[in-house]
Design a protein around this ligand. Structure first.
Ligand SMILES: Nc1ncnc2c1ncn2[C@@H]1O[C@H](COP(=O)(O)OP(=O)(O)OP(=O)(O)O)[C@@H](O)[C@H]1O
Length: 716
């Protein structure tokens, strides 16, 4: 009945009273934000509020502040006494000059009128002596009268007023003549107690101006075996300049430059003007070297960065190797072979890697790797170079084959044209990580024996260079990793085309900054990385410029690292372990398995891949440098010879140095893409605006021209 009525009502479209209508929403309790307690809120406010003094934020800061206060209190009596003595000296000097009418006398001497003015000066002197006498008598009378009225306490009051006045007069003030002691005593570590010393050091090192100061982000605190402090530079000053001028700062702080670590603080907590300093108590590389942690592991994954060494702060530095290649360069006996062996060690302990090792040092350092290597040889004869060519040709064919097979794989197995960990370990795909390690690579690169390539004859070294460049360009994505060590990191031995494609660099000590730049990359010395400054006694210490992220952070351009020490017995243990792993997994092949089959060379593929190398003219082959057009060539040479870390050079200096006509010079430089700008330069009498060129612009223009030239000549 009711239903019928509702139906009727509904059809008549009347408004019905259906009772209260409730709306709701399903809420997941677990997602509700937690109520922040007032304690947490207060703690957060306390931590971040600029009104709360830094010293009260956290126990470490409180402890530091108390220590500072204690030191401050202890030194006050001594500082006060010194200020009084200084004040006395200043007062006596001033009085002497006044009583002798010093200014007037000097002015008369300067204008050669001393004789004329003598009587006048003498009268004034006598008058001032009289004034002095009268004042003295007045003061003595005054003091004696007060003594008679007030008694003994007058002596105390007089002493106190006199000493305070003298102390105020003698207080240290920047720029006051005669107020700075000639010898200021030892500077080392005083900055940890007195931030002013740190500011002075930055000023002395010309990293900040006379009127600028630093802001302390974190107080000096102990960290490891040294002191750490983080500071903000004044606006517009760059942390990169502090990193670049580390030597000057080390001198200003009175420590050896190996003891000073300067880093730009990056990421969320950092900015371009924030620098973290760490000063070691002693030479961080003088202690006994550490052994490689790889000794303690049963196996390693080649895809994980390999433990390579420690930095000065004892932070672990691991080196990624897959998808990149490594160049190690140094003068003899600095630890190249040891460093290259460390890189190889991580790869040996992964049974899914196929190693090629060519030891042109022909010593016994690499012998143990014969237990695991797919191909291994040791020797420096032309025959070895020819054998290496066959290996490289085999690898070129292998890389091409891998790319072909990758193209045919589905997207799930091979998402990009790049090998993945799963692909490298899949035995059916036959694409293991294939490192090729060449020690003393300069030997094959300098080999002059002619080889026939597609009917043409050319020096074997040149062909090796071409093949290595091709492999360094194309190999990493297909799993071929190049590790090259050289005793001669000069531009003639390692072709620039090859250097440009080697991703990671490690420079142990070299002879000069040019060689360091050849290993580490253009202009690295001007950014503060110069391996010629490392000490001969620091074996195994070098500058690492990694390709990819290390523990020090992805943004770190380069770092000084001391490699782990891996003597021959440890190396043999690792190689034996690598062999045992390969036997278990059934991946022991080639030389290690006793099958010394010669490489299979697919010449047709090779020709397609690298074309036919054209023999170069003798002079071209002897000198890989690109001739830069004038006047840029002479400018770059001049800057190389006068490299003092500056960033700007004036046009006047260049025109003077080259003896060039100013109009011609300006026009030619702008035609070569070098535009001049105006910047402030320091002169003897201060600073002034001058027209000139930024060094980065000049070098970029030179690189551009060199690249254009190289591109034309590049035959690969
Ligand atoms: N990390 C290290 N810590 C301490 N000493 C090291 C370290 N690395 C290498 N050395 C020492 O340096 C010496 C030279 O090392 P290595 O044979 O690797 O030099 P090299 O640069 O390859 O020399 P060459 O150019 O003659 O082949 C070694 O005998 C070793 O004792």
């Amino acid at each position: 009945m009711n239903a019928d009525r509702e139906l009727v009502n509904a059809t008549t479209r009347d408004v019905l009273d259906v009772g209260p209508v409730l709306e709701g929403e399903l809420v997941d309790e677990s997602e509700r934000p937690r109520l922040v307690s007032w304690r947490d809120r207060f703690a957060r406010w306390w931590r971040y509020s600029p009104r709360v003094p830094m010293a009260l934020k956290g126990w470490t800061n409180v402890r530091q502040a108390v220590r500072h206060a204690a030191v401050w209190l202890l030194v006050q009596p001594w500082r006060y006494a010194r200020a009084v003595v200084r004040g006395l000296v200043v007062a006596v000097r001033w009085w002497r000059s006044w009583v002798k009418v010093g200014d007037y006398r000097d002015a008369a001497v300067a204008s050669e009128k001393l004789a004329d003015k003598f009587t006048e000066i003498r009268e004034l002197t006598i008058f001032r002596w009289k004034v002095t006498g009268a004042v003295l008598v007045a003061v003595v009378c005054g003091v004696l009268t007060t003594y008679l009225v007030y008694g003994e306490q007058v002596w105390w009051w007089t002493g106190a007023v006199a000493s305070v006045s003298l102390a105020v007069l003698g207080r240290r003030k920047d720029g006051s003549p005669g107020r700075k002691p000639v010898l200021s005593g030892p500077r080392s570590l005083t900055w940890t107690m007195d931030p002013q010393v740190l500011v002075d050091a930055f000023r002395d090192a010309k990293l900040i101006g006379k009127d600028e100061t630093l802001r302390l982000v974190e107080r000096a605190a102990r960290q490891g075996d040294g002191w750490a402090v983080t500071v903000d530079l004044p606006a517009t000053r760059k942390a990169a300049d502090v990193v670049k001028n580390r030597d000057a700062l080390a001198s200003a702080l009175a420590v050896d430059e190996v003891q000073l670590i300067t880093e730009r603080v990056r990421g969320n907590g950092g900015h371009a003007g924030r620098v973290a300093l760490w000063v070691a108590d002693a030479d961080p590389y003088a202690s006994a070297p550490l052994r490689t942690p790889l000794l303690g592991v049963a196996r390693w994954d080649a895809w994980r960065p390999v433990p390579f060494g420690r930095d000065a702060r004892n932070r672990r530095i691991d080196l990624p190797l897959v998808w990149t290649s490594l160049l190690v360069g140094a003068i003899p006996r600095q630890g190249k072979t040891f460093a290259a062996r460390l890189a190889a060690a991580g790869l040996i302990l992964d049974p899914h890697t196929r190693l090629y090792v060519a030891d042109f040092k022909a010593g016994k350092d690499w012998d143990a790797v014969g237990l695991v290597a797919h191909r291994f040889m040791s020797g420096d004869e032309p025959a070895h170079v020819l054998a290496l060519i066959d290996w490289l040709v085999e690898l070129v064919g292998e890389v091409q084959g891998r790319y072909r097979r990758m193209r045919e794989l589905d997207d799930l197995t091979c998402p990009e044209s790049k090998i993945t960990p799963a692909m490298a370990r899949d035995l059916s795909l036959d694409m293991p990580i294939t490192p090729i390690v060449i020690d003393e690579v300069q030997v094959p690169l300098e080999e002059r024996t002619p080889v026939a390539v597609q009917g043409k004859r050319l020096p074997a070294g040149e062909y090796v260079g071409e093949l290595l460049t091709w492999l360094a360009k194309k190999g990493p994505a297909a799993g071929v990793v190049l590790v090259l060590a050289t005793q001669r990191p000069d531009s003639k031995t390692i072709p620039s085309g090859l250097r440009a494609v080697l991703g990671s660099r490690f420079a142990l000590r070299v002879m000069d900054w040019r060689d360091s730049n050849i290993v580490l990359g253009e202009q690295m010395n001007t950014r503060g990385y110069d391996s010629s400054r490392l000490l001969p006694s620091h074996k195994g210490v070098g500058i690492l410029r990694p390709d990819g992220e290390t523990d020090a952070g992805a943004d770190v351009l380069a770092m000084t690292v001391r490699t782990y020490y891996m003597p021959n017995e440890d190396w043999r243990v690792i190689c034996r372990q690598g062999r045992a792993l390969r036997e278990q997994e059934g991946t022991l092949t080639g030389h290690a398995a006793g099958q010394n089959t010669p490489p299979v060379i697919e010449r047709a593929d090779l020709a397609l891949a690298i074309g036919t190398p054209q023999p170069r003219h003798e002079e071209e082959a002897a000198d890989d440098r690109i001739e830069l057009p004038e006047p840029l060539g002479s400018v770059i040479n001049y800057l190389d010879d006068h490299d003092d870390g500056r960033t700007f050079v004036t046009s006047a200096e260049l025109i003077d140095a080259l003896g060039a006509d100013a109009t011609w010079f300006g026009r030619q430089m702008s035609e070569l893409g070098c535009r001049s700008t105006r910047e402030r330069v320091e002169t003897d009498g201060g600073t002034r605006q001058a027209r000139g060129y930024r060094l980065v612009d000049l070098r970029a223009a030179a690189d551009r021209i060199a690249e254009d030239d190289d591109g034309g000549a590049d035959r690969l």
